[in-house]
Design a protein around this ligand. Structure first.
Ligand code: MLT
Length: 334
């Protein structure tokens, strides 16, 4: 009897040591940074991810969302996740490209022309390859995607329909070479600026315009400082959910699996969310006084200039012209 209880004590002692030593054994409060305000596609993806992650870990771990760039600019969050001081972030793909150039494939103008294209690319072989490249180049793992819709152009000056109408309009762009080159192909020099500074710059008229999806324009209340929208479709906005690879690798297998599965389920939710809410949001923006114009001639001049001038400049950084050809073929346009 006495002998047995000694064994039990010894066993529970070693179990306690094992628990202490095993990674992820303690309940943890992870942090998830969002560049956007509450209410956009980043928020939808983030809240669904948290719900599913908590479900899968039996409520043992929690993830807290920090919207509105509270944890730094979107590009800063990639650095922080890379060195392991931040756990998760959701940010626009264009703000990852500077760290992992092949991701530029997803910001080349007029490659992704629909939500279906976006889903096909992110969830197939191409997405897998870009996820591996981002892991290698930036130390962050893409575990989910928000589908945010086309980046439409907004400005406070006047309706813009033709490329020529851009003349004299100062447009803010992310610090992304491909987007800068696209506006240059349309004849103007845009102003690269961090997302976290954009609302104030529009409000103070340091810049006249910017581009982002309808849902982001709404979540960020840009209708308070912008009147005109041009319904261009040059980039379909993808916003990856990333996890710091060092944080990920320090988790138990159960937590790792919960992170990956929750990321997939949140991604499926994001696709449903955009499909059902974009129209209503566009209407809500019109009710707030925004005036929406279609680009002239079915966008032909915008498309011709951007694809002819920008694509060839980036063949090398995206991994060769063959990469783009493969993607176009996959999308039925090769
Ligand atoms: C940007 O314009 O920098 C991004 O699209 C902002 C965002 O994440 O919504």
């Amino acid at each position: 009897m006495h002998h047995n209880s000694g064994i039990v004590k010894a066993l529970s002692f070693s179990a306690a040591i094992f628990l202490c030593a095993s990674p992820g054994a303690f309940a943890k409060n992870f942090k998830l940074a969002l560049g956007d305000a509450q209410g956009g596609t980043q928020w939808e993806l983030g809240t669904k991810f948290v719900e599913k992650f908590k479900e899968k870990t039996g409520g043992k771990h929690d993830v807290r969302l920090f919207p509105n760039g509270q944890l730094g600019s979107e590009q800063d969050t990639v650095n922080d996740a890379s060195i392991g001081t931040l756990d998760f972030s959701i940010l626009a793909i264009n703000n990852i490209t500077p760290f992992s150039p092949t991701v530029g494939l997803f910001t080349l103008p007029y490659v992704i022309l629909s939500l279906d294209d976006a889903i096909k690319l992110t969830q197939g072989e191409v997405g897998k390859e870009l996820t591996e490249n981002t892991l290698r180049d930036a130390g962050v793992r893409i575990i989910g995607w928000a589908y945010s819709g086309f980046r439409v152009l907004t400005n406070s000056k006047r309706p813009i329909k033709t490329v020529g109408d851009l003349d004299g309009v100062i447009v803010r762009v992310p610090k992304n070479e491909i987007m800068i080159a696209t506006y240059q192909s349309w004849g103007i020099n845009p102003t690269p600026m961090a997302w976290s500074e954009t609302f104030t710059a529009l409000q103070q008229k340091v810049v006249d315009g910017q581009d982002n999806p309808y849902i982001t324009v709404h979540a960020m209340k840009f209708y308070e400082v912008q009147k005109y929208v041009t319904n261009i479709r040059y980039i379909f906005s993808l916003e990856p959910l990333i996890v710091s690879e060092s944080v990920f690798q320090s988790q138990s297998d159960d937590v790792k699996n919960a992170i990956l599965a929750a990321g997939q389920e949140a991604t499926a939710h994001s696709a449903e969310f955009i499909a059902k809410s974009e129209d209503a949001i566009r209407k809500a923006l019109m009710e707030k006084g925004m005036q929406i114009s279609e680009p002239a001639d079915g966008e032909k001049e915008w498309i011709d200039k951007a694809t002819k001038e920008v694509w060839p400049k980036y063949y090398k950084s995206i991994g060769g012209k063959e990469k783009l050809d493969r993607v176009l073929k996959l999308l039925g346009r090769g």
